[in-house]
Write a protein that binds this ligand. Structure first.
Ligand code: AMW
Length: 162
């Protein structure tokens, strides 16, 4: 579905992410083989995801082209969220398979901007990533509104071009 807005064609296509449908307003970057989108339950502000466009469950199922594309875009997204959120570092993680904590059966790279003292211990971020689907204990764990995600995605899309 394409919409004409202010004379420009804007693609409104949403993309599959496992059992979920990621709306175009959540997606802030796309290449031919992968896409980056804002998280509905971020562990910290700026926790985003990069996934292949093809629905592939496990890392082992990706082609060389998809791996290259996924990681080149993850590198770019990482630099962007660091800048956008004034971070100094980044956690890059893949939970590959159910027993590694994967809940959405579609390969995805977690990108979490990090800064000094953000968690009590550096590795606590992994506990938080794991808690994602199960415990919604604080405001950050609550599913966000479309508008909230749309605003973050627009901001990141603009930052990515700079
Ligand atoms: W996994 O536990 O499979 O490594 O991570 C799944 C991630 O996908 C979590 O960070 C979760 O918040 C995120 N997520 C789940 N559904 C959606 C959605 N509809 N839009 C954006 N992110 C989502």
């Amino acid at each position: 579905l394409d919409l004409y807005t202010f004379g420009q064609v804007i693609s409104m296509a949403s993309l599959r992410f496992g059992q979920h449908l990621i709306t175009s307003s959540q997606i802030f970057f796309q290449s031919s083989l992968s896409f980056a989108f804002v998280n509905i339950r971020p562990v910290v502000l700026g926790h985003v995801l990069v996934a292949p466009k093809r629905l592939v469950k496990r890392f082992a199922g990706l082609t060389q082209e998809e791996i290259t594309d996924l990681f080149i875009n993850s590198q770019r997204v990482c630099a962007t969220v660091e800048r956008a959120y004034n971070a100094t570092s980044c956690t890059i993680a893949i939970q590959d398979g159910h027993d590694a904590g994967q809940t959405v059966e579609h390969v995805h790279v977690h990108i979490v901007p990090r800064r000094s003292g953000d968690f009590k211990r550096y590795d606590d971020v992994y506990d938080k990533i794991n808690e994602c689907e199960s415990s919604l204990d604080s405001w950050q764990r609550t599913a966000r509104s479309e508008q909230d995600m749309n605003e973050e995605a627009s901001h990141l899309a603009a930052m990515l071009k700079q």
